[in-house]
Design a protein around this ligand. Structure first.
Ligand SMILES: O=C(O)CCC(=O)C(=O)O
Ligand SMILES: [Fe+2]
Length: 238
């Protein structure tokens, strides 16, 4: 077989379609701006979330937080030092925000993982990582069985941070400072659906103040098992 026609490892037509469809939808939205990043599709929607919703989510994070975890153990004890909490998608106050993100991207809500809150006190961080799964790792079969690969990431900054706490994409060459209500969206895939290493990113150390964000990851297949009724009615989003 000619090398020219060899598939890129991880190439997938489903993921390629999701890459294309979601990007087209975001680019057609006048409130969303493409960030000046190299080699990655990164978007910003300022003032996406209302102040009262930011406050409500920060309250939930404060009362439910636990140490953040990693899928694979790191040699570095400082790799992810923040706290996290799961935000119940069925709770009346969470549901519109959770499903609103799926609707904005045009992805079926059942493809979304549980929305998570993250809290970083001064000195806390999440070192450089990619959100997509490494298909050679021991966790992959379990991930494959529930939703498969991560496609898009959405993240909302719930407050301004006095100093530090930017989200840095060292390969794409962009650093986003936390700003209350801003939604950051990026595609973890390349146009052919294979993982994009240029999405490597870091939640930089908070220097002063406390950083609160929510993160929500979308999968290529349904992550919620069983029947699912959407807040928007039982309507498919794509
Ligand atoms: O806190 C940040 O800026 C990044 C968070 C992040 O990368 C994640 O939760 O996967
Ligand atoms: Fe991340």
């Amino acid at each position: 077989m000619s090398l020219l026609f060899r598939k890129n490892p991880g190439q997938s037509s489903t993921r390629a379609r999701v890459s294309r469809d979601v990007a087209a939808r975001l680019e057609a939205n006048p409130f969303i701006k493409r960030a000046p990043a190299q080699g990655a599709q990164i978007y910003l929607f300022h003032n996406y979330l209302r102040d009262e919703d930011c406050d409500m989510l920060m309250g939930l994070i404060d009362s439910n937080r636990r140490p953040s975890t990693l899928l694979s153990a790191s040699q570095d004890p400082e790799f992810r030092t923040s706290e996290s909490c799961d935000l119940n998608r069925h709770a009346d106050e969470v549901r519109p925000i959770d499903e609103g993100l799926a609707a904005l991207l045009g992805v079926p809500p059942e493809h979304g993982e549980t929305m998570q809150g993250q809290r970083y006190a001064p000195g806390q961080q999440f070192r450089a990582h990619c959100d997509y799964f490494h298909e050679g790792e021991s966790y992959w079969p379990a991930m494959q069985a529930q939703g498969g690969q991560r496609t898009w990431t959405t993240m909302i900054y719930l407050n301004d941070v006095e100093e530090g706490g930017a989200t840095w994409f060292p390969r794409a060459g962009i650093r986003i400072a936390p700003r209350r209500g801003t939604l950051l969206i990026w595609n973890n895939m390349l146009p052919d659906g294979s993982p994009n290493y240029d999405t490597l990113h870091e939640g930089m150390k908070v220097v002063s103040g406390t950083k609160y964000v929510i993160t929500k990851w979308f999968r290529e297949n349904p992550w919620v098992q069983g029947s699912f009724t959407s807040y928007y009615g039982n309507v498919r989003m794509t």
